[in-house]
Design a protein around this ligand. Structure first.
Ligand SMILES: *Cc1c(COP(=O)(O)O)cnc(C)c1O
Length: 426
């Protein structure tokens, strides 16, 4: 499908029906698959043959959506997971366990910050958080002999820090480790990190990809470009005793990373996506390019409105011409960024809460990046576990409001914001 434009691939990629088969991707709602011989099934278990035999490890509906997303990101393979958190965890843990070290941008989603900063630390993984805006010479200091990967977000949730993907990839590759990028906010419509040197891309598909706030999900996409035989990744380049000594790089070539995530992590940890959710995700993907266009256009208009209002103390939208990230935006996502805006209201934390409660169309929900406009106060919700210094290093101020601009008519969204501003300034 790679010859077609991304709009066409959003719709057509991943599933091509044969003669007399269903026109749209069927939901194979079955935990298991039948075989005629025990020997054949044994070969599947030993990874000597390919085929679905238990949905935790593979299912035709999941496979089709995995093929589509791999195609959209320009990767060689993908693995769907039950949530974005599971995707982030598996993507890291697949190549970095106790004794390993992660260099992570501090400008990342709160859940991932906890995952890396607490849970992985408890599992024996060392972590250094870095400011992704620091110059290369300074970022260099974070690397150690046991560093196994670099982690960052293309457009950070909720700070909207834009990652200099090429810089981070250069650093990672200098140390012979991959760059893992969470590309949830721009989606492959607006940015394809693999084209700029990222090695592995993860998503919370819960957000724009699903787009309708219907299903949690995540995905890991591998570029297929990492040389796992460089001595740093024995889990991929040396025999796995739990599969009679297979060596992933030898058995699966450039599919080694995804094959291991599936056959080892999914086998043992089991955060499998459901076929029904994958079907819904696929419907979302079919209209992703249309929705992203509208999200971005609406957000630009709303951002300009907020920027011109004296009751707004600061605004951060990378799509605004005076954003400090303009150069990076022009390079990595010239067609648009995302629909998320963060801003503060004069009067700080208290005014922020009053404003949010006065909104009528935009709802207060723990969500972002779906068709309906919504707002959230990160300091008291998604980033609640972080201490004040951690909040600061993650770029979250106590007055920050995260506004996720939906695809409604932009005049209605602005009218709602205007009336809420008026309500809270009296
Ligand atoms: C929401 C989000 C996640 C976590 O995904 P879930 O689907 O909620 O588990 C990870 N990264 C980013 C950037 C997100 O926005």
């Amino acid at each position: 499908m790679s010859d077609y434009r991304i709009e066409t691939r959003c719709i057509q990629s991943g599933y091509t029906p044969g003669n007399g088969e269903p026109r749209i991707l069927p939901i194979v709602q079955s935990t298991t698959f039948k075989y005629d011989s025990a020997e054949r099934m044994g070969k599947l278990f030993d990874l000597e043959a390919s085929g679905d035999f238990y949905t935790r490890l593979g299912n035709p509906t999941l496979s089709a959506v995995e093929r589509k997303i791999a195609d959209l990101e320009g990767g060689c393979g993908a693995l769907l997971t039950s949530s974005g958190q599971a995707a982030c965890f598996y993507a890291i843990f697949n190549i970095c366990h106790a004794g390993g070290h992660v260099v992570s941008s501090s400008a990342i989603y709160g859940g991932t910050y906890n995952l890396i900063g607490k849970t992985l630390r408890e599992m024996g993984v060392e972590v250094t958080f870095v400011n992704p805006n620091d110059p290369e010479e300074k970022l260099e200091d974070a690397f150690r002999a046991n560093t196994r990967l670099v982690y960052a977000e293309t457009l950070a949730n909720p700070t909207l820090v834009v990652c200099d993907i090429e810089k981070m990839a250069r650093l990672a590759h200098l140390h012979q480790v991959p760059l893992i990028i969470d590309n949830t906010f721009p989606t492959p419509i607006n940015c394809r990190p693999i084209e700029f040197g990222a090695d592995i891309v993860v998503h919370s598909t819960t957000k724009y990809m699903d787009g309708h706030a219907s299903s949690l999900g995540g995905v890991i996409v591998d570029s297929g470009r990492v040389d796992w035989d460089n001595g740093r990744f024995p889990e991929l380049s040396e025999p796995d005793a739990s599969y009679h000594g297979i060596v992933y790089t030898r058995q699966f070539g450039n599919q080694a990373y995804i094959a291991k995530a599936r056959t080892h992590l999914m086998r043992d940890l089991g955060a499998t996506a459901s076929p029904f959710n994958a079907f819904l995700l696929n419907l979302g993907l079919e209209t992703l390019f249309l929705r992203m266009e509208r999200h971005c256009r609406n957000a630009e208009t709303v951002a300009r409105f907020l920027a011109s209002d004296s009751r707004i103390s600061w605004i951060n939208y990378p799509g605004l011409p005076d954003s400090p990230y303009q150069a990076l935006v022009q390079k990595y996502m010239p067609g648009g960024t995302c629909g998320v805006i963060s801003f503060g209201i004069r009067g700080g934390r208290e005014k922020a809460v009053t404003f949010m409660e006065a909104l009528k169309l935009a709802a207060i929900v723990t969500h972002v990046a779906d068709a309906r406009t919504c707002v959230l106060h990160p300091a008291s919700t998604t980033h609640r576990q972080l201490s004040d210094p951690e909040l600061q290093s993650a770029g979250i101020s106590p007055d920050m409001i995260r506004l996720s601009v939906g695809i409604e008519h932009v005049d209605d969204i602005i009218a709602d914001i205007r009336q809420a501003l008026e309500t809270c300034s009296v």
